[in-house]
Write a protein that binds this ligand. Structure first.
Ligand code: THU
Length: 138
């Protein structure tokens, strides 16, 4: 079932608020993310950089940690908020991280502080993806 505009608006607001908490002293590129789980709960996260640069964490990964800790097992919708000339889409690694809990039809919206800048599905962002069903344990 399609996720309502009202819920997407809630996700945008949560991602914008999370972005305010970003720890990004090195790139100065603050990102917020918000995810909707199968219980209707919203989980947000921000990027957390580190002086040892590769140890930094994206906003989507932070939000996923909150979703899993709260008992969520599915991502029904995702929003990423960043400020740039073009829509701030999830990085490649985060597309794969989202894929673990989402499907090809899952909406992934990209917004800035004023508007939605891009509306995608995860399948558009990560076509022909590798996922849990490829493994015999799933
Ligand atoms: N970043 C995210 O948090 N999510 C993305 O999908 C794109 C990149 C962060 C990582 C780093 O802290 C900063 O943005 C600049 O790359």
């Amino acid at each position: 079932m399609a996720v309502s505009e009202i819920l997407m608006t809630q996700l945008i607001e949560a991602a914008r608020a999370a972005r305010e908490r970003a720890y990004a002293p090195y790139s100065r590129f603050a990102v917020g993310a918000a995810l909707l789980d199968e219980h209707g709960e919203v989980h947000a996260g921000c990027n957390i950089e580190n002086a040892a640069f590769p140890q930094g964490q994206c906003a989507e990964a932070s939000a996923l940690a909150h979703l899993v800790l709260a008992g969520g097992t599915k991502v029904l919708a995702a929003v990423v908020v960043g400020v740039a000339d073009s829509p701030v889409t999830p990085c490649g690694g985060c597309r794969q991280k989202l894929r673990e809990f989402a499907g090809d039809d899952t909406p992934v919206w990209c917004a800035d502080l004023h508007a939605v800048r891009g509306r995608y599905t995860l399948g558009e962002l990560l076509p022909a993806s590798f996922g849990p069903t490829h493994l015999p344990v799933s």
